[in-house]
Design a protein around this ligand. Sequence first.
Ligand code: ZN
Ligand code: ZN
Length: 505
Amino acid sequence: MSGPARVACITLDSAEQSLLRQWVSHGLLPHFGKLLEESVSSTTRNPEIIYSSTLWPSFNTGVWPGRHNHYCYLQPDSQGYGLRRFLPEHLSVDSVWNAIAQQGHRVALIDVPNARLARTSRTLQVSFWGEHVVRHPLTCWPLSLEQEVQEVAGADPVGACDLVRQRPHELRRLKDGLIERATRRADLALAVLAQGPWDLFALNFSEAHCAGHQLWATRDPKHPQYRTAFRALLGEDPLLDVYQAIDRSLGRIVDALGHDTFLLVLATHGMGPRYHATAALDSVLRRLDGVDVPKASGPIETVRKMWLQLPGMVRGPLRRVADLLYDAPRQRERATRRFFAIPTSDNCGGVRFNLRGREPKGHVEPGPPYQGLCDWLERELLLLVNAATGAPAVTRVLRGDLLFAGPFRNQFPDLVIEWNHEAPISAVRSQRVGELRVESLNPRTGDHRPKGLVLARSTDLAPHALEGAMALVDLAPTLAARLGVELSGIDGKPIPDFLPQHHYV
Ligand SMILES: [Zn+2]
Ligand SMILES: [Zn+2]
């Protein structure tokens, strides 16, 4: 091996592929643009509808969500009507990274979300240096690496982006912090590459994810949360500024890797304006079921609003507990209902039925009564319109148990709702529901879109754009195949277009 890594994977978390392509065509992302020219490229196929929290576990393990069961950081607790935190440690499937390391390969991972890697003499892992979801302080293996990371890259200049409020000065600090973090990420990458050679080197850029959620409105005067003060303080397109910082760092890392490395670059999924009606879903379901709003909910919502106005420094240490406390009063009420909303990643809605045999006080009978109720609710949800435009508010309603095959297929929300993201939804309406305001307490202005983009560059591949979409679960097995590691018992398979021709002759 002549370079610092045989196989490298650089992921651009939530970098919107349409913006990447647009900015490449204007010469604004020269390094990504050059890679696009030199690579075999394809769009990717992510898990249906609930893709934003299922994506990383599926990428890391090579199995679809029905076999790993992770779709939200808060999932229903099977013992009652509450929620439990779902952590990567709860996954029942091991990572492809471990399978590769077990074959004797040297593996280095930097900030790959939810990635599990055994601590051995051949592995290196940096976690939570600058991730979008901040669950822990900086964690390094080997332990001695922590001091070096601090020296080379310093501390994360951003922290949890969701603690930032939509105020121009706070957003300006966030933008500057994300640019700084993207820049220093290359310093970190180069320091780890210098400790190689690695058989597999993987690094994630989280900056487009944070920027997409928090800075979307700053670039879009049509967004309801746009404020005129944004332009003067943040510039014309803060998102582009962050993407350009990522691009410069990508260029530095790709230069250090050289041409001998097989390189996979993945823009995981996308981002667009945060237009949906998840915040009104539980009220819609109450109206459809003829259930009154509980008396306690007014004061609870008021307290929640006040809480979200507090500075991030105050909320930071308590926010996970606060999420669970916010949900606690709803538990008793859920037991009395036939169906209710449960948390999902916000860009889709989730409905759970109070099913006999599954829920402790279930009173919807399984079988035909449950199926009939699903059909009826699906029809009613599809009748909802955006009160401002008259357009459908819901584009698709899918059955959770049919979305993903596998042992956990019944653990997903019973109905999963895809919202119509075309326009802001400030109220929804239908004949049976009447009109309901959508009042989201979440200050994010951008939310996810499903499409991803993958590039594979190697001296043994002829650059071209592929038709169709590559399955997300096939990507890690392709990296493994490039190292001669065959995996069995998972959903993903190596992608022939990303392997050298002689594999097939
Ligand atoms: Zn997100
Ligand atoms: Zn973030």
